[in-house]
Design a protein around this ligand. Structure first.
Ligand SMILES: Cc1cc2nc3c(=O)[nH]c(=O)nc-3n(C[C@H](O)[C@H](O)[C@H](O)COP(=O)(O)O)c2cc1C
Length: 165
């Protein structure tokens, strides 16, 4: 069904934005011994020199103020097998890391095991953007595992990559 609309209400906008597939990342750090983080589908690579990436955080986030003051943030690109991790990291309540194997660096960046890529980052800048903020992160170190297939988030569903012939 085709929908044409000038109604820019949150539900319609969310539906429209959902037509643009994205990956899902875990943004996480160990803070005072506690694994702290959230899921984000708004990750975008930004710059090679200096190495910058970004994601958008809703202004109502209770977790972001804690993460924002951490010296290092781990960005894990979730893999096709990380559906459970994406759900629990994106949940509003409960232990977001229950059942997840994670790795914490000496600087406190926290990563999800088995991810296609890890970026160790720090907050470079934050820009106000309506009901969200755009967070620019500087990349300090990275690990790439090209053999691990990434997760694709589209229309509120988690998928894998499909081969097109
Ligand atoms: C697949 C998925 C993607 C999400 N992407 C974002 C995002 O890009 N930005 C954001 O602020 N919240 C996003 N969320 C919601 C957060 O993960 C989290 O639930 C939200 O920040 C509320 O928790 P908090 O108040 O503890 O921050 C996403 C959730 C899911 C399940």
């Amino acid at each position: 069904m085709t929908t044409s609309s000038t109604a820019l209400d949150p539900r319609t906008l969310r539906q429209a934005y959902g037509q643009f597939p994205s990956g899902v990342v875990a943004v996480a750090a160990e803070i005072d011994g506690e694994r702290t983080g959230l899921a984000a589908s708004t990750f975008v690579p930004v710059s090679l020199d200096p190495p910058l990436v970004s994601f958008c955080i809703q202004n109502t986030s209770a977790t972001w103020p804690k993460l924002a003051s951490a010296p290092r943030l781990g960005i894990s690109a979730l893999g096709a097998d990380h559906t459970g991790a994406a759900r629990s990291l994106g949940s509003r309540t409960g232990d977001r890391f229950a059942g997840l194997t994670t790795h914490t660096t000496a600087a406190g960046a926290l990563f999800v095991e088995g991810a296609p890529a890890w970026l160790e980052t720090s907050v470079h800048d934050t820009l106000e953007a309506g009901d969200h903020a755009i967070v620019l992160l500087r990349v300090h170190r990275l690990i790439i595992r090209p053999e691990v297939s990434p997760m694709v988030f589209h229309g509120s569903s988690f998928r894998g990559l499909a081969a097109v012939c």
